[in-house]
Design a binder for this molecule. Structure first.
Ligand code: C5P
Length: 222
């Protein structure tokens, strides 16, 4: 018998990359596959939660029973997330949000003809969705439990601890290993106020189920 650890809870998950348009044809994005976030959405649903999955551009099937909201840019992802947060009990930010977007978006294709110089791109900072939500009233009053992710290439424990503090979240998940994007398995480090716990390498779905159990344990004390 599998207890429904998150029955009656509302969970919001961000997943995938964002796409920051340069013109109607082109834009800037990254290699996030969205697999980890989709696995967490599925695992949370299996655990009985009502799940909203805010997805950047990915080619993945929507997990059964999950409500999916498709977005492109970081600003759209923030708006879609903020629309869900007033009802949410748990927020899990797995999305690889672009840190910067082109400062201007041309409404016409930027043309190569004319023999001029290549365009010079200037950037502006995107909103930090996780930090914004974690600073919001629901998170600060303890009604909303926020979980962040960190993909680090070195000094994982130190960087994950620092990121947990900086983002202001009770639980931060560090990804161990150089490449996790697109892979079907992963390895995780859970960093909270008590310390560090390792979830050994397993499929993203197995890890997602373990993470959901850890969230439920912290969010819904026995
Ligand atoms: O600062 P960094 O991008 O490494 O932080 C990663 C964590 O913050 C992830 O949980 C990611 O989903 C979230 N994040 C966000 N909005 C941003 C940047 C990161 O929600 N603009």
């Amino acid at each position: 018998f599998q207890p429904k650890l998150l029955a009656g809870r509302r969970v919001v998950v961000t997943a995938g990359p964002t796409f920051e348009a340069l013109d109607p044809i082109r834009g800037i994005t990254n290699h996030s596959s969205g697999k980890m976030g989709f696995a967490i959405a599925r695992a949370a649903r299996e655990a009985g939660a009502e799940v909203a999955l805010i997805a950047g551009p990915v080619s993945l099937a929507t997990p059964r029973g999950v409500r999916r909201v498709d977005v492109k840019s970081a600003r759209q992802m923030l708006a879609a997330t903020e629309a869900e947060i007033p009802q949410a009990d748990v927020f899990v930010a797995t999305a690889a949000v672009a840190d910067w977007r082109p400062a201007t978006e041309s409404d016409q294709k930027i043309k190569k003809e004319g023999g001029g110089q290549p365009p010079v791109l200037t950037f502006t900072e995107n909103p930090d969705i996780l930090a914004t939500v974690a600073q919001g009233a629901r998170a600060r009053s303890g009604e909303l439990f926020c979980v962040g992710f960190a993909a680090e290439s070195h000094d994982l424990v130190r960087n994950a601890r620092a990121k947990r503090e900086r983002k202001g979240v009770p639980l931060l998940v560090g990804n161990i290993g150089p490449v996790t994007f697109g892979q079907d398995d992963n390895q995780m480090l859970l960093v909270d106020a008590q310390g560090v716990q390792e979830l050994p390498r397993a499929s993203k779905l197995v890890l997602a189920r373990q993470l959901v159990a850890e969230i439920a344990r912290r969010r819904v004390p026995a």
